[in-house]
Write a protein that binds this ligand. Structure first.
Ligand code: PMP
Length: 430
């Protein structure tokens, strides 16, 4: 880490931090659900690249397809058949995807969706929700910080709202409202609805805890967007191909106008996808809205995506059932072991992705975190402490509370993880 800091700003990349400090673990290799660091220590991995590795580290089919394509040459800024093979596949799988385009990162795909919505509606303002993250570009700067008092934190929704006017051009037109709250949204839209170009949302909030939409919430969002002529964008960068083959929109059966995928679509190869109704995507087809990027549809990544979707279309039932079952066992097990020790804990979400945290106040309901503000009642410092002790016991988890499962996590992994959870809770927290 000391050597790294001399040339790499901060010594680690920005998302490898524990609390305010770099997390000084350097990894060498990964297979399935396991990772090894440079000192030879083995970890069960629930970070999974922050979501992409749905089929675990290095699934042979995906790696093989990617490598084979690499050797066919670096075909950039030129057509290749794999690209439309992948777009046909996404259209087949995702109900709203009449037309599709590919990029590299989720952030870029979000940028593309907002640009389309603004062009189609002739309106500038974009509405997003507190605690949701749509990439790190200025045009939709996020609201993530669990600590509203953190100095100079432009990520907090209040800070975002205040500073919104300081961004240049269209970036300034962002409104932030609480999520899972239809009355507040209705009130806002009754006054401003016809000035809003797009509502963008994670259909399940995964960047603050893992918060399911309240029953009827997504349907109500859909209706309000239709009523006011607003483009509804589902950002499925985390939920896509994870909560079901067709993402959260498949799981909840609500159709957005535009949608964004990244992460799991290629099990870790760099590719994102912007897709949606012809009415909007057609603007790209007609040359009215640009969609650029030197490395868009990078052939090895496209080949990796096709191999991933091949596996998910072929074995999807087993893949999703496995994650629901093992993730469910883990969620139940954490609750039981914490209860045994008398430690209040919140565990909520789904088998393939769930959230764990320690509440600072008494929690009655099983699902205690329902929006960004309620997430502030969780003890982040204690969780940071927990994460550090778990890593010492060979279980790697994200410091902010999300646990990602892959189809390769076994019952033995779950047993070992639950033993570590119990030991850490007993030794460091009880
Ligand atoms: N949207 C969501 C919901 C995300 O979680 C992320 C990344 N975590 C992004 C967009 C941005 O994707 P990327 O990091 O690939 O730019």
């Amino acid at each position: 880490l000391e050597r790294s800091k001399k040339s790499l700003a901060g010594g680690v990349s920005s998302n490898v931090r524990l609390g305010d400090k770099p997390f000084p673990l350097f990894f060498e290799r990964g297979t399935g659900s396991h990772l090894w660091d440079v000192d030879g220590n083995e970890y069960i991995d629930y970070v999974l690249g922050r979501g992409p590795l749905l089929l675990g580290h290095t699934p042979p089919e995906v790696i093989q397809a990617t490598c084979d394509q690499m050797w066919r040459g670096q075909i950039y800024a030129a057509q290749h058949e794999l690209e439309f093979e992948l777009s046909e596949r996404v259209s087949r799988i995702v109900p709203c995807a009449d037309l599709v385009r590919f990029g590299i990162s989720g952030s870029e795909a979000v940028h593309g969706a907002l640009r389309l919505a603004r062009a189609a509606t002739g309106r500038q303002t974009v509405l997003k929700f507190e605690g949701q993250y749509h990439g790190w570009l200025d045009n939709i700067l996020y609201s993530l910080s669990p600590d509203p008092n953190r100095a100079g934190d432009a990520l907090h929704p209040a800070a975002l709202a205040e500073s919104a006017g300081q961004f240049s051009g269209t970036e300034s037109h962002v409104v932030v409202l609480p999520w899972n709250n239809i009355p507040v949204l209705e009130e806002y839209l009754a006054q401003h609805g016809t000035t809003i170009a797009a509502i963008i949302t994670e259909p399940v909030m995964c960047n603050t805890a893992v918060i399911p939409p309240l029953p009827g919430y997504l349907e109500a969002l859909r209706d309000l967007c239709t009523q006011y002529g607003i483009v509804l964008i589902f950002d499925e960068v985390i939920t896509g191909f994870r909560l079901s083959l067709a993402g959260a929109q498949g799981r909840f059966n609500v159709k957005p106008d535009l949608t964004i995928f990244g992460k799991a679509i290629a099990n870790g190869m760099p590719i994102s996808c912007l897709a949606g109704r012809e009415q909007y995507m057609g603007l790209i087809a007609a040359g009215k809205v640009g969609h650029g990027g030197t490395y868009n549809s990078l052939p090895p990544a496209v080949a990796g995506a096709i191999a991933t979707l091949d596996m998910l279309e072929r074995d999807g039932a087993a893949v999703y059932a496995t994650m629901e079952r093992t993730g469910g066992r883990l969620m139940d097990g954490i609750k039981q072991r914490a209860a045994k020790l008398g430690i209040p804990v919140v565990v909520q979400g789904y088998g393939p992705i769930f959230y764990m945290g320690f509440p600072t106040t008494e929690v009655a309901a099983d699902q205690a975190v329902y929006d960004y503000r309620s997430s502030l009642a969780m003890d982040q410092e204690l969780y940071t402490h927990f994460v550090s002790a778990m890593v010492d016991r060979g279980v790697r988890i994200i410091p902010r509370g999300n646990w990602f499962l892959s189809s390769t996590h076994s019952d033995a992994d779950i047993d070992q993880t639950l033993d570590a959870v119990e030991a850490v809770l007993a030794e460091t927290i009880a």
